[in-house]
Design a protein around this ligand. Structure first.
Ligand SMILES: O=C(O)CCC(=O)C(=O)O
Length: 272
């Protein structure tokens, strides 16, 4: 039985394309998430960043790893259908929390979010991964854009710093150059979305977003979850997020005191 919010078609699309739209995933939690974003912006964490250069219009704020100090985020993570839907999409028995991420583009922010895969920034190896990107305002042009099938590319895409535009790790030859999916006529998936809808995408799916040229805010909450096969992997430098002092070794499951298990499929005790 899949979660009532999705069908087998969603699961097949997610597995095949690395991206699928889930209507209404956080629909019952939009107000709480908006409150969480307001609290997060009023009390930014140590990783909060402003992503515009001097002279660029608008504001592009982001911050991550705040669920343990922003009760609104923890409440949604633990009570929304996201974890159960993630288990179905990833075909996983268990779902572990990696982190939360807030990305706000204020009106008149023309800067696009650069094309990137999240996986190369993370210290996570595994096929069973999912992020849910959910707008908290209606979005038409400024929604997430994902390249279908890119989660299966053989070489990862070079991770770069969004503002400085420099490479994240030393050995650039281990990666493919960041492509231009529009110029290369790739299969880009994007949707007009209502608050609480969510784009589910694999950590290796290439994605980006247009600027917000409208007169309304574009607040987004991204939730990063892990499945059964996710393991810690060493990277050639500081990852993003960095999680200093994590103490994990290559090949280990992520430590559950920092990355709690938030869903476990029920096993039937009456079956021998
Ligand atoms: O909201 C955006 O502009 C980009 C979101 C993103 O890159 C992500 O959620 O991984």
């Amino acid at each position: 039985m899949t979660h009532p919010l999705i069908t087998q078609t969603h699961i097949d699309s997610f597995q095949r394309d690395g991206v699928v739209l889930i209507r209404g995933l956080f629909a019952d939690h939009v107000e709480v998430l908006r409150d969480g974003v307001a609290r997060n912006m009023a009390e930014p964490g140590e990783y909060a960043a402003e992503n515009l250069k001097e002279g660029e219009g608008g504001r592009f704020f982001d911050d991550y790893c705040n669920w343990h100090r922003i009760p609104e985020f923890e409440h949604v993570i633990r009570t929304s259908p996201a974890a159960a839907v993630a288990a179905d999409l990833m075909r996983s028995q268990r779902v572990q929390l990696f982190h939360d991420h807030v990305l706000v583009k204020e009106p008149g922010t023309s800067k696009p979010t650069p094309w990137h895969q999240d996986g190369p920034y993370y210290f996570v190896d595994g096929q069973q991964t999912v992020s849910f990107w959910s707008p908290l305002d209606p979005v038409r042009g400024a929604s997430l854009r994902c390249v279908a099938g890119s989660h299966l590319w053989e070489k990862p895409v070079l991770p770069t710093r969004w503002l400085a535009e420099t490479s994240f790790y030393p050995d650039e030859s281990a990666y493919m150059a960041v492509p231009d999916p529009d110029a290369e006529a790739m299969d880009i998936r994007e949707w007009a979305m209502e608050p609480g809808d969510a784009v589910a995408f694999n950590y290796m799916t290439l994605h980006g977003a247009r600027g917000n040229e409208t007169t309304t805010r574009r607040r987004a909450f991204s939730l990063r979850l892990l499945g059964d096969d996710a393991r810690y992997i060493e990277r050639p430098g500081r990852t993003s997020p960095p999680f200093p002092g994590h103490g994990m070794s290559a090949g280990e499951r992520l430590r559950q005191d920092w990355f709690p298990m938030i869903f476990e499929r029920e096993t039937r005790s009456d079956v021998a």
